[in-house]
Design a protein around this ligand. Structure first.
Ligand code: M7G
Length: 335
């Protein structure tokens, strides 16, 4: 019997039906919304004029490439990422694609399948103008583990991040409703306990398997995990409860299928919580950097000063300026 690729559409149809049972991606029931992109205060850079200078990182397995270059004379970092194949496009994919057979041996055949343009998307993220720190963030490099005592935080990390951390303008644009307004999934406007929940820009919102949201707190006085004390428990519990409720309501994902955590060190020192679909191994979920929200809450319940006093271990990349300060003799490290 000869198999044609287009007959696979029947499998696709079957697969679409199968996804309602809670095991597959039930995008039909809880469509991941596609929304209009709004610009913040920054200029929008024309990515079509991007001149590539250097490949910063090439992750063939993740089908992602990080590039450094220029857009209209401005330094830019561009991230290219091939997007996953969506179950609900399979029928069209097999019907409408151009097929070229590459090899055939007994029952094994490989093809090059060229899908129609709209099914062949590369998610493109542009940082422009990009700083040297952005370039370093995305560059391939070794990482080392650093053990930071409370004293190290006060004398090395805090002065460093106060002088050198990434701009928080994008965060303030979200909190002040100047950007990504239509993306907001949920907001609790309370100035002390409130937060905005919205899709992380790493998520293309086309399927729920790699759901990735962030909850950004309204208050601006918490830089990171290190600043938390038991006084913040009402805030953390509020995000845990309302964040879970909002995700269940919008996407049909229950709380026990959701990973909520904070990074230490974060890239952006305005307190926020990451929320992923549990089955998605998002970058940055390793034990060296991610702290589960439920553990953070329990630690603060046991010891109100837990994060102010403990030694915290985290990875730093070789080119991270903070690492050089940890490596200097302590006295000169005090900036
Ligand atoms: P982080 O733990 O500070 O740093 O998380 P990381 O980037 O090293 O994980 C900040 C989170 O905010 C990350 O998951 C980013 O993908 C996300 N993020 C960063 N920016 C600049 C934006 C943005 O402009 N919009 C949205 N929605 N998310 C962003």
């Amino acid at each position: 019997m000869t198999c044609t690729i287009s007959s696979m559409a029947d499998c696709a149809k079957q697969s679409e039906v199968d996804t309602g049972d809670g095991n597959g991606t039930d995008v039909a029931k809880h469509p991941a919304k596609k929304q209009k992109i709004e610009a913040g205060d920054g200029d929008v850079c024309e990515v079509s004029g991007f001149e590539v200078k250097k490949v910063l990182r090439d992750c063939a397995r993740e089908k992602t490439m990080f590039l450094q270059g220029k857009i209209a004379e401005k330094e830019a970092v561009v991230i290219l990422e091939k997007t996953p194949i969506h179950v609900d496009t399979l029928n069209e994919l097999f019907r409408e694609s151009q097929l070229t057979m590459e090899s055939n041996n007994d029952i094994y055949t490989t093809y090059c399948l060229q899908p129609p343009a709209h099914l062949n998307v590369i998610k493109t993220t542009v940082v422009c103008p990009a700083t040297e720190k952005h370039v370093r963030k995305y560059q391939e490099q070794e990482t080392v583990l650093v053990e930071e005592t409370a004293e190290d935080y006060r004398t090395i990390t805090l002065p460093f991040l106060e002088s050198q951390s990434f701009s928080l303008q994008w965060v303030y644009n979200i909190l002040e409703k100047k950007a990504e307004v239509e993306q907001v999934v949920y907001e609790d406007p309370d100035p002390k306990l409130g937060f905005i929940l919205l899709p992380d820009f790493k998520w293309d919102q086309k399927q729920l398997d790699d759901l990735y949201l962030i909850a950004i707190v309204h208050r601006r006085d918490i830089k990171s995990l290190r600043d938390l004390t038991s006084d913040h428990l009402p805030l953390l519990r509020n995000i845990q409860k309302k964040g879970k409720d909002a995700v269940r309501e919008r996407y049909g994902i229950k709380g026990d299928k959701l990973r909520m955590y904070v990074h230490y060190q974060p890239s952006y020192y305005h307190f926020h919580i990451h929320l992923n679909a549990l089955k998605y191994n998002a970058p940055g979920t390793g034990v060296d950097r991610a702290h589960l929200l439920s553990n953070v809450i329990q630690n603060l319940e046991c010891d109100p000063q837990y994060y102010k006093t403990r030694t915290l271990t985290f990875p730093l990349r070789e080119l991270d300026g903070l690492l050089s300060h940890f490596r200097e003799p302590k006295d000169s490290a005090k900036l």
